[in-house]
Write a protein that binds this ligand. Structure first.
Ligand code: 13P
Length: 243
């Protein structure tokens, strides 16, 4: 089987000012200087990239953006290009998070274009897919996620430029998680559509208590963590659950 190093990524979402962002980044950096067995990434809000980047320098923790625009530059008020993320010290960009698919109306085609933009800038794209509660209850979870995967992922993926994150919409921020069987089934369905050496993360209410069980599943190569990434101790406990 292809070697896939585990990754624990923190998505801070729209949280934090300079003082708490700095304290959190310092907390993660301090812990990361000790020994650990996985790659680590934090994705702060754009306003904290510089602050967090400075605090993380030399710790081995990578920096990522939470979104990018498809264009290099131009009249796109409020948007950030992949090149700007790269210039700000990022190595990764999350694209297609469900909070953007559902609240900003992003389509698979938009996410595909953003993935290509991330690649153009030399970033690793973390492409998110996941079904809603109604889709799961209607027995359509797998077909919905397969369609998102097919529509959002451009040709040209390598082991380095792409990570896929399965985040069931109904599990995000709710404390609910799918059964281990459902996670494994979905990851296997996605795996059938991507390279054997592409990493796949699970996201949705990952916490220090459930991380070990989720991370032990075949085809789960790490976690994309929201709420629990806002506390350095919890984020670190999840990283330690990688073994
Ligand atoms: P929570 O961990 O808060 O459920 O968020 C998951 C997520 O959306 C990460 O991108």
């Amino acid at each position: 089987m292809a070697e896939r190093k585990r990754l624990v990524a923190g998505n801070w979402k729209m949280n934090g000012g300079r003082a708490d962002g700095l304290a959190l980044a310092r907390g993660v950096a301090e812990r990361a200087r000790g020994s650990h067995g996985c790659d680590l990434l934090v994705c702060p809000p754009f306003t904290l990239l510089a602050t967090a980047g400075k605090a993380l320098a030399g710790s081995g923790v990578a920096l990522g953006g939470q979104d990018c625009h498809a264009a290099i530059s131009g009249a796109f008020t409020g948007c950030i290009s992949a090149e700007m993320l790269k210039d700000a010290g990022c190595s990764h960009a999350i694209v297609g998070h469900s909070e953007r698919r559902h609240t900003c109306g992003e389509t698979d085609a938009d996410i595909r274009a953003k993935t290509l933009a991330a690649w153009r800038a030399g970033l690793t794209a973390i492409v998110c897919v996941g079904e809603t509660r109604a889709e799961r209850e209607g027995g359509r979870a797998i077909s919905v996620v397969e369609a998102q995967t097919a529509g959002s992922l451009p040709d040209g993926a390598t082991s380095q430029n792409l990570i896929v994150a399965y985040e069931p919409v109904w599990a995000i921020g709710t404390g609910l998680t799918p059964t281990m069987g459902d996670i494994a089934e979905m990851h296997a369905a996605i795996r059938a559509r991507i390279r054997a050496d592409t990493r796949m993360l699970y996201g949705g209410s990952v916490n220090p208590k459930n991380a070990a069980e989720i991370l032990a599943l075949e085809d789960v190569d790490g976690a994309l963590v929201g709420g629990a990434s806002l506390k350095a101790d919890d984020f670190w406990a999840i990283a330690e659950a990688c073994g």
